[in-house]
Design a binder for this molecule. Sequence first.
Ligand SMILES: [Zn+2]
Length: 211
Amino acid sequence: MRQLHKLIDGHKKFKNSTFENYKSEFQALAKDGQKPKVLFIGCSDSRVSPDLIVRSRPGDMFIVRNIGNFVPPYKLNHDFHGTTAVIEYAVSVLKVEDIIVCGHSHCGACEALYDDSIATDKNLTNVSKWLELGEEAKQNATALCQDNKDKLLETTEKESVKLQLKRLMTYPAIIQLVKDDKLQIHGWYYDIHSGHIYDYDKKHERFEELR
Ligand SMILES: [Zn+2]
């Protein structure tokens, strides 16, 4: 069966069963609008499904997913800044209280940082440019870990989460809200193999299992 047919089939089940069971909840969201208190910045990777791994419900999280769960540095110009616009809206209009940057194991974006062929591939011009947002993580990881390829990738993924947290702090509105204690930012690392999530402990500079 083609994937698309599976999705259409899934929608029929959603419409006839899930939606019916939670009808009042969905209709209240339609009537009252959304008031999510969390912004989730995750990877586009199909294996990292935000609502599934934290069992959140419609209305709970404002979500942006991109290649590598990268945060572009704050920039004011007339270009199109998708992820930046999401962050601005979440912080200034929705007034989220928490931002989660969620990296993950087996991340193709972090692995691609070590693949030189992408830079010369004419079909991947935008991907190559976007991957520059992980370059500093690659440099940090390479300095920390040189032997094992798997360990290097894991280190890159975790260094990247830390790097994206640092970039969030280039947004003037975020700087102010964090200072006023109205916003907290969190760095998570989701392990696809075990299903566990690790939270970056800024004080001890290490990832600890979420509890
Ligand atoms: Zn990824």
